[in-house]
Design a protein around this ligand. Sequence first.
Ligand code: ADP
Ligand code: MG
Length: 626
Amino acid sequence: MDHTGADRFKTAILLLAVIGLVTGLALRVAGQDRLADLAWFAGVTPALVALVVEILRSIGRGEVGLDIVAALSMTAALTFGETLAAAVVAVMYSGGTFLESFAEGRARREMHALLSRVPRIATRHRNGGLEEVPLDALAPGDRLLIRQGDVVPVDGTVAADLAFLDTSALTGESLPVRLARGADAMSGSTNAGEAFDLVATHRAAESTYAGIVRLVEQAQRSKAPMSRLADRWSLGFLAVTLTIATAAWWATGDPIRAVAVLVVATPCPLILAVPVALVAGLSRAAHFGVLIKGAGPLETMARIRTLILDKTGTLTDGRPQIVSIDSHDGVGEAEILRLAAALDQASKHPVAQAIVAAAKARGFALPVPSEVAEIPGEGVVGRVDGRTVIVGGEGFVAKRVGRQSGDHPAMAAGSVLVAVAIDGRLAGHLVMSDPLREGAGAMLDGLRREGIARILLATGDRANVAEHVTEGLGLDGLRAGLTPDQKVLLVLTERKNGPVMMVGDGVNDAPALAAADVGVAMGARGAAASAEAADVVLLVDRIDRLGPGIEIARRSRRIAVESVVAGIGLSVLGMVAAAFGYLTPVQGALLQEVIDVAVILNALRALRINPAEATTAGALSPASAT
Ligand code: ADP
Ligand code: MG
């Protein structure tokens, strides 16, 4: 049954239950007790039948849920002549689904906000005038006019002296960002200042915002897996309920006591509160630019103790600058760069993209490479201008051309080294610097405060580079020279000591992300492989969002547990009172409804979580809560 069909069916059942209840009450007032019973009975039957069918189906799938308590309590109430209590339970149970979807709707609000602003047209400069064009028609190089209040349609660079962009919908950052001429503007942000010109650098479909929208939609389609939290508790609750009900009946010989107990237990805060709190947590995380793909990953994220970070593109900026070019074989520096960049056009590796950008900035026309073969994360081999070119890490190139004298250029400690071989001989090295991302140190401190006990660095780069770059960060370990496969092995080894989170970027980290309990991908743009393999995506390519993400996961899980403990505690108290005869079935049903509403309201508190780490990271003002 499709979604709306199922909704309509549920509405019909709720309506029948309400009509039955109200008609019965009217008849009771009119003194027609037998007819009143009949009306209540008629109102309960559809709800009960639908519920039993649903239960049989789920048992067929091997699942035992708390629906059984609801079915038992309605059946028992009807059997022992408590038709009014049965009618109240039927209304509340079928109404519960609506209460839940209302609460979930509220909880998803911020995720919808992320999607609701997709622009459809852009304003483009053409022949001295302006024209309105659909987004699909935009190409890199187009000059666009972004008016005040416009959403930036594609990624581009600012072509005015100054621009103010509001990125709050994407990052939760409340203050507008000030951009100077030539700075990168992210699609999906809003122009909070005067109108300015933007030169597109990407097509709409390849821009950040399109990637975000695609990922969020995908995450919403995948039905949130039933939370393990509720699963674990529900069998215990079922057992407690049945024990108290049976004991009360056996001790007093009065079946109505058992009916009252069952009625108090229905519906259960467990079914309602947990999904609401967790979905609210997902939504809150999205507000800060952290897309968590479901309740399952959120719960796991809350339990993470070990964190493994990739270096290039994750802990570092991933846009290395060329510091120097060393030539060993009499090949000119410009020629080394030109050939390496031509070949690296075929690679999505951040180092490759930086090399291409550097060559273009120097005005080189880059020929198209052929016969290209890449080992992701290690290097590329191919033909350019009829010559065989190899570009990559030292080990990768040395394995193919052998080590040669003079292959260790003088270089500042901590620079990334890219080796280039031409026609089977080592031609030279590109020495590049790739500094840490801003706020990396503060972020790691924050993660430790959030209870992450072990932080490791895993990199394909050389050990001395990694050591130098991460000096002072207080990492618990550093594994260098790893291929993507060895990163997977490291993740699997660490998982023996508890749940592991792996943070990485690019195609080469996708296997490690998939192997971790929680894989976190950087950025929604470009190489989608890592974002698809990941459980969590830092939408805006900012690693300082990791701390707030983990904090939100922990706190919303805590709120879920709290709601469940409080709700079940109150329910059990009510059941005991009912067992001792202090509550009639009808009073019990009403009491339970009060408990459920209270518990759901508590669960919705997860929507107001304001992560402290977001403010200590220095990027956010405390007033950013909405
Ligand atoms: P990390 O694990 O730190 O992210 P990678 O494993 O992605 O690093 O890359 C390690 C090194 O491999 C880079 O520093 C670079 O020297 C080299 N490398 C990999 N692929 C390429 C490429 N396509 N072009 C140039 N260098 C590359
Ligand atoms: Mg990397």
